[in-house]
Design a protein around this ligand. Sequence first.
Ligand code: APR
Length: 230
Amino acid sequence: MKDRHVVVLSGAGISAESGLGTFRGGGGLWEGVSVKDVATPEAWQRDRARVLRFYNERRRDIRRAEPNDAHRALRELEDVFKVTIITQNIDDLHERAGSSDVVHLHGEIMKARSSLDERLLYPCVGDISIGDTCAKGSQLRPHVVWFGEPVPKMEEAISVAKTADFFIVVGTSLEVYPAASLVDYVPYESTKFFIDPSPSGLADESFHVIASAASEGVPRVVSQLRALMA
Ligand code: APR
């Protein structure tokens, strides 16, 4: 049955039970900071050191975090289905749980990139400091998509969404575009699930809504899908 394709759209909520902050949970602040102060090109122009410090702290948090039962259940799906995970998250918890096909719409914090030439990428598990430069001599920055920047992997994600037999949305408020528009590309006849303890951002009645935390809801959906294929 590996010909049946499960596509997952995950957001910060799937990593919440791994101890990582969501973007709009803390009164609209991300780890106590407004995204406009650390996650925009203007913030980078205004205070590079502050932006680097913020992402260095996020990277340390992520290195201390572990994948949870939701990440692990999605890895188990690969035993039965073709699985593609489209994530808005910049953490590497899907990969560390063993998922083999992960598309990071908003970039990856464990990579650094040239602020001059975005093709120049470097592994980054430690801090990025002022003065850390790329091969062309320009300051390194986190390889993440900031507000107002293009989302280079959106076309790839749309192509993936169009091939979904099953579509699981987990841990996202669906407030940020273009990522949220992916739900519009999923075939009408596919079976769709929305997993969120406080499901709000979804207007589409065709989803099976599971009002629970990811670590409970995802394993439940995975068990249902595996039973279908038993
Ligand atoms: N399990 C599942 N979902 C949860 C959990 C949990 N334990 N805890 C919270 N949630 C849900 C919240 O109810 C909310 O709907 O996760 C969602 C988190 O929404 P946001 O904080 O808006 O995060 P996300 O949707 O990933 O944000 C999208 O916005 O700031 C940008 O680039 C950033 O990728 C991010 C994008």
